[in-house]
Every structure is written in structure tokens, then in C-alpha cells.
Design a protein around this ligand. Structure first.
Ligand SMILES: [Zn+2]
Length: 399
């Protein structure tokens, strides 16, 4: 991975916030760093933290996408013993400079406690791929040495901010090259926007080189011959998934050589037991796909019963989501993303393209091992997502 920072362009960014917008867009435009709303960035100006607002994507973010939040309020929130994410969101709104701004990122507290002007956070494919293997932490520690801070996986939001606050008490921040959140992503930081961005690129480049040298398969072995999806197969698949989802769907088919290769793995069930590429993906993709060989109905039935089992094993008082898969692996063919519209199908398609590429590489590093099922469940059934559902259910019952 190479820096795409242009000193020439940067001279046009005459304010700290303009500079923040510029390097955020650079990060956002690289799909190996963040995908569709993933990652977040911030800049501290006087007594405010300007942090990515919810609903904005880094590749197209503008100044309006950075709500200003009172920095001291955020830092004091990190010192609380407990705080639900719902309360965190409302307290962050209270501390907004402009009440019409979007909600600050759920990582705002974490950005606030990192004592540098510019803070960049991505879910870099290469770093999380290494992390999501059985020896991932060991490999990363050898790769980055003692100046990288490693944080075990905890739920993003207040719990993560609190964890980093506790672990960095008395730390020499100047000695740190960055922070790696295991099974999640990377933080880089600096008082200079270009430096913060290029530190991120350097960290990710190191992981990409490592994967190239240690994990890229020399040849792709295909166990079966290529087959094609015919119209009757895709029509049946679409119809059956629509029944489960309760609405029309749009499908996007992934049939690259890599997707075909991946679809033929014998251990797909095991791989998908072990979590997504990065936690938030599960909200869009569900924890695992339907795996379909020749019989569509059977493949979907196996998915729904597996999903019910997973829900039952972890649910307390949550509302179960619909039973439609968000994508399917079609053995020998590739994968199919299912969206309620073209946009959603495209987002899921991109996430799965990156996920299967990471999962394939991980096979050469001892296998895939990301989040525990209980962590996956906590993310998929996160209180803020459930609150949206309850609101929707209320609305539906009144009309
Ligand atoms: Zn993140």
C-alpha cells in the first residue's frame, strides 16, 4: 500500500478541518482500508473534537460530516465506571456544538482520549486478516515490535474506549507507532494530518508485505470444473430468499476466480463459525451465509435452522431478526449477495468479496479465527440496532 497524499493538493486545505476532510477521503477511497461507512477519523481544534458523524462515509465525507463535540465532556465520560451505549449517544448529543449535527461516531470517546490532533481509524484488511488467525496476535507482535499497543477484542463503543483509557494510563504516547485492536482494526495518530495518514499506510503496508510473503497461495487448485448459474437456478434462489425476507430482493453474483476457488473449500461451515472480517460487518451480512450445493431449499433450510440455534443460544430479551440470509456461497460457482435494493446488494457484495479473500489467505496461516459466537451476537444484536427495530415495530403497529 502506498501513500496517495499530494503535497500540492494539501496546500489548498487551509484549515485543520479541511485537512481532516482531505486525509479522511484518502483513507476512505482505499477499499483495503475501509468499506461502506467503516472506520472513523477526528481532529481536535481548541476545546472541540470534530469526529466522523454517523451516516457519513469516509470516501465522500465533507466538513458537515464532522460534528464538533466538547472534548472535556468526552474525556470525562471515559472515566465513568459504566455507561450504556444508548446513554453514551444521548450524552454525546448533549455535548454537541451544533445540535443539528449528525450523531458523533460511537468511537468519539476513544478519539478524545488519544492525545494527538489527528486520529485515524481503519479496518485494514491486511491487518485484520493476520489478526483473524489462531496465532494472529503472536504474528502481529513479531511484525510490529514493542511500540505497537495491542488491545484484545471488546465491543466497540464505551467498553472499548474505557479499556483503552485504563490500559494507556501513564503510557508514553510519543513512543507508540499506533494501536491494533485485535479482530477489529488499527488506529494511527499524529499532530500532523499527513503524518497520521502515512503512519496508517506504513502499518498496513507492512501487513500486506507479510501476507504476500507468507499467505498468498502459489496456485489456486480447483477440485471441480466451473459451472454456471442458469436462469432457473437464480430465479428459484431469488424467490426462496424473497419468501424468507418478506420483500423483493436484488441479487449480485460474485464469480471471480477467487470466489469460485473459495466456494469449493470443504471446511466452509467451520470457517464461518469463526466470525466476520471486522465486527460491524455482521450487522449487514449476518454471522454466516447459506451454503448451497445443488439443492437450494435444503441449503436455505440449513441456514434458517442454524440461525435459530445461534439466536437461541445467546438471546436474552432481544427481538429476532428475519431469517433470510444476506448472502449465499454456491458451491463451485462463487457467492450471491442479497439486498433489499441495488445499494444494499452492492454493499454486501463488497464486504463478502473482501471477506472471502481474507479467509482464503488465512487458510495459509493456520485457519480463520475471528470473533467468538457470543461476541458476534452482541454486535449483531447491539442495543442501538435493537432500539431502531423497536421503534420501527412501534410505528408499524400504529399504522
Ligand atoms: Zn472500528
Amino acid at each position: 500500500m502506498k501513500s496517495t497524499f499530494s503535497d500540492n493538493y494539501a496546500t489548498k486545505c487551509t484549515t485543520d478541518l479541511a485537512m481532516r476532510v482531505y486525509t479522511s477521503q484518502l483513507l476512505g477511497k482505499d477499499m483495503g482500508l475501509v468499506l461502506h461507512g467503516g472506520g472513523n477519523t477526528s481532529v481536535k481544534i481548541d476545546d472541540k473534537l470534530y469526529v466522523k458523524g454517523s451516516g457519513w462515509n469516509l470516501d465522500t465525507i465533507e466538513e458537515a460530516g464532522f460534528p464538533g463535540v466538547d472534548l472535556e465532556t468526552l474525556i470525562s465520560m471515559a472515566k465513568l465506571e459504566q455507561l450504556s451505549d444508548t446513554d453514551m449517544v444521548s450524552q454525546q448529543r448533549e455535548a454537541l456544538e451544533d445540535k443539528n449535527s449528525p450523531n458523533p461516531s460511537i468511537e468519539a470517546i476513544l478519539h478524545a482520549i488519544i492525545p494527538f490532533k489527528y486520529v485515524d481509524h481503519t479496518h485494514a484488511d491486511a491487518v485484520v486478516t493476520i489478526s483473524n488467525t489462531p496465532q494472529g496476535e503472536k504474528r502481529l507482535k513479531e511484525l510490529y515490535g514493542p511500540n505497537m499497543l495491542f488491545i484484545d477484542y471488546v465491543m466497540p463503543g464505551f467498553i472499548l474506549a474505557k479499556e483503552i483509557y485504563e490500559q494507556t494510563k501513564g503510557i508514553d504516547w510519543q513512543s507508540l507507532d499506533g494501536i491494533i485492536l485485535l479482530n477489529h482494526g488499527v488506529f494511527s495518530f499524529d499532530d500532523n494530518a499527513k503524518q497520521a495518514y502515512e503512519k496508517m499506510i506504513k502499518i498496513v503496508d507492512k501487513a500486506e508485505v507479510y501476507l504476500k510473503e507468507n499467505a498468498v497461495p502459489k496456485v489456486l487448485n480447483f477440485s471441480k470444473s466451473f459451472c454456471k448459474l442458469d436462469v432457473s437456478f437464480t430465479n428459484e434462489l431469488k424467490g426462496e430468499v424473497e419468501k424468507l425476507r418478506g420483500c423483493d430482493i436484488v441479487m449480485k453474483i460474485g464469480s471471480s476466480i477467487e470466489a469460485v476457488y473459495f466456494s469449493q473449500f470443504d471446511n466452509l461451515d467451520d470457517i464461518f463459525k469463526n466470525g466476520p472480517l471486522t465486527p460491524e460487518h455482521v450487522i449487514r451480512t449476518k454471522p454466516f451465509p447459506a451454503i448451497i450445493d445443488n439443492n437450494i431449499k435444503e441449503g436455505l433450510k440449513a441456514f434458517t435452522s442454524r440461525y435459530k440455534k445461534y439466536f437461541k443460544a445467546h438471546a436474552k430479551d432481544e427481538i429476532m431478526l428475519d431469517l433470510a440470509p444476506r448472502y449465499a456461497i454456491i458451491k463451485g460457482v462463487g457467492f450471491v449477495a442479497f439486498g433489499k435494493d441495488k445499494k444494499e446488494a452492492g454493499i454486501i457484495f463488497d464486504i463478502i468479496s473482501h471477506t472471502i479473500s481474507a479467509m482464503s489467505l488465512a487458510q495459509n496461516l493456520g485457519g480463520w479465527k475471528s470473533l467468538k459466537p457470543s461476541d458476534i451476537f452482541d454486535m449483531e444484536y447491539w442495543e442501538l440496532e435493537q432500539a431502531k427495530l423497536r421503534k420501527q415495530a412501534q410505528k408499524d403497529s400504529t399504522c
